[in-house]
Design a binder for this molecule. Structure first.
Ligand code: AMP
Length: 213
């Protein structure tokens, strides 16, 4: 199974990737996570990406396309994967089709998790995650059992640098301008499935499994 999760920041792509990867026994490939790792390691690419990320802007296509193309060549992708946060522009979508074509494979389904902008801001600003196991939490909708510590790793949860109100407004603008046209792109390919992204994480998961079955 090769899936793309499409949706605005805060639509729940990261939260839904977990149950889907476990169910299908496939990998999650998150460009946001890869860029944050490069940034934490202090690589040149990571430093460049950080300037765009903190401003709520998209990292240039050639940078992101390069890291995804490299990642897809890895043998662990053979069983299938979920792309989370990629593609985000029409240029990236075309590059992905080309790269997969060279590998002799295609995307099976694109799941758009649809939510209105008004629910996004409180969702994103309350987000926290475990720096070790990456499990997502929300201070209001899905808090950890104790203080602000990960239930599994017992370490303090962290707040992303770009989950501030100012950056979120910019990220939403970028989504509507650059990423929303992909809905049409994948609809024309006959691959698009749209799911209502409001409500509890488990309710959205159920909807996704339903449309995929
Ligand atoms: P995410 O974790 O998917 O919300 O991504 C966090 C940030 O990383 C985005 O706001 C962008 O600055 C950058 N980013 C992640 N994926 C992409 C992509 N496919 N294209 C451009 N920038 C990206």
């Amino acid at each position: 199974m090769r899936l793309i999760l499409l949706g605005a920041p805060g639509s729940g792509k990261g939260s839904q990737a977990g149950p889907l990867t476990s169910h299908f026994g496939i990998l999650q490939i998150s460009t946001g996570d890869m860029l944050r790792e490069a940034r934490a390691k202090g690589t040149e690419m990571g430093r460049l990406a950080a300037t765009y990320m903190d401003a709520g802007q998209l990292v240039p296509d050639e940078v992101v396309i390069g890291i995804v193309e490299e990642r897809l060549k890895n043998p662990d992708c053979e069983k299938g994967f979920i792309l989370d946060g990629f593609p985000r522009t029409l240029v990236q979508a075309a590059a992905l089709d080309e790269a997969l074509g060279r590998l002799g494979i295609t995307i099976d389904r694109v799941v758009e998790i649809r939510v209105g902008d008004e629910v996004i801001l409180p969702r994103i600003t309350g987000r926290r995650s475990c720096p070790q196991c990456k499990k997502p939490y929300h201070i209001q909708f899905g808090p950890p059992k104790r203080d602000l510590l990960c239930d599994t790793c017992d370490v303090p949860l962290v707040h992303r640098d770009d989950d501030t109100e100012t950056a979120v407004v910019k990220r939403l603008e970028a989504y509507h301008k650059m990423t929303a046209p992909l809905v049409d792109y994948y609809e024309k390919q006959g691959k698009l499935l749209v799911v209502d992204g409001t409500g509890k994480v488990s309710e959205v998961t159920e909807r996704i499994f339903k449309v995929l079955s």
